[in-house]
Design a protein around this ligand. Structure first.
Ligand code: NAD
Ligand code: MG
Length: 296
């Protein structure tokens, strides 16, 4: 008899109370308790991205790490971007990717700098010998109880990292992307139903939806697809470094219909699908991975 693969999504991953914890942003995944599950032990590939060349921003930790592991196990060579202080997390990802006999190029640097975005694209293209997937996952999120606490500098940085960097990176990469390339951005449930504490962040996630749909319509004639993923509450370094107030950490994710936070590995399938030829007729869409929070 064939064994069934049926699994209960309510209990498949951690669904208890998280221990209170706080790190400075950007937090390091290595110091989290429990450590996020990025598929290190569980993700199994099946050649869906064989021979592909992917640049992944935020690839050191959280959702970006899960995507890096999945892409490598699906047969892609990858370049990951992250901030220099996250080197330790990035090295772990490099080891995991190299264990699959895939290339892992490390490109630390700050995406809020336009010339760095160009250098990153050039380096990824050169070291991978081409580029045909952009998985743009990096982001900044800080919770503030009041608009009065958000400085212009903080607002500007959040928009530069979350929105402007997409514009700069895609602009630099476009001449290099072949027909069949795929661009994937990272929005959020916050782009649809914004939390009052996330006034500097939620509007960037709405802007990403507009950017993604507009760009998709522009690039369809070039054979390049552009889609977004909209995660719900996912257990990652972003959340324990000011993305949520500390007192909200224990019950993080429990307000979803699934009554638990998601783990980064649960996003991997969406990013793989949107990068792969299986989604050849999918463009200008937003794929929600939210534990049941609606995204319309
Ligand atoms: P994460 O902390 O693991 O990843 C965010 C990454 O952004 C960091 O690893 C860092 O490398 C990168 N980053 C931040 N500022 C940068 C800068 N100036 N230059 C270069 N890189 C920079 O957390 P995550 O939750 O996996 O976040 C990934 C994406 O998912 C973000 O865009 C976030 O907005 C989005 N998202 C997360 C959740 C969630 O609940 N965790 C929900 C919805 C959307
Ligand atoms: Mg990180």
């Amino acid at each position: 008899m064939t064994e069934s693969t049926v699994e209960d999504p309510k209990t498949k991953y951690f669904n208890g109370k998280y221990p209170k914890q706080k790190q400075e942003a950007p937090a390091v995944q290595k110091k989290m308790d429990p450590r996020p599950d990025c598929g290190e032990k569980s993700y199994r590939g099946s050649g869906k991205l064989k021979g592909r060349k992917a640049l992944i921003t935020g690839g050191d930790s959280g959702i970006g790490r899960a995507v890096a592991i999945a892409y490598a196990r699906e047969g892609a060579d990858i370049a990951i971007n992250y901030l220099p202080v996250e080197e330790e997390d990035a090295r772990e990802v490099q080891k995991l990717v190299e264990a699959e006999d895939r290339k892992a190029v490390l490109i630390p640097g700050d995406l809020s700098n336009e010339s760095f975005c160009k250098e990153m694209v050039e380096k990824a293209n050169q070291e991978l010998g081409g580029l045909d997937i952009l998985a743009l996952i990096a982001g900044k999120q800080q919770a503030y109880p009041s608009i009065e606490e958000i400085s212009t500098e903080e607002l500007r940085k959040t928009f530069e990292i979350n929105v402007f960097s997409l514009f700069w990176t895609v602009k630099a990469a476009l001449p290099l992307l072949p027909e069949g390339a795929s661009i994937i951005t990272t929005s959020s449930v916050e782009g649809y139903n914004p939390n009052p504490m996330l006034l500097s962040y939620a509007p960037t996630k709405s802007a990403i939806i507009g950017f993604t749909k507009s760009l998709a319509k522009q690039l369809a004639s070039k054979g390049i697809r552009v889609n977004a993923v909209a995660p719900g509450p996912i257990w990652t370094p972003l959340q324990i470094s000011g993305g949520q107030p500390s007192e909200a950490i224990p019950q993080f994710g429990q307000m979803t219909p699934m009554k638990r936070a998601g783990q980064p590995v649960e996003l991997a399938g969406a990013y793989v699908l949107l990068a792969s030829n299986e989604s050849s007729y999918v463009t200008a869409q937003v794929y929600g991975v939210t534990g049941g929070i609606p995204t319309a």
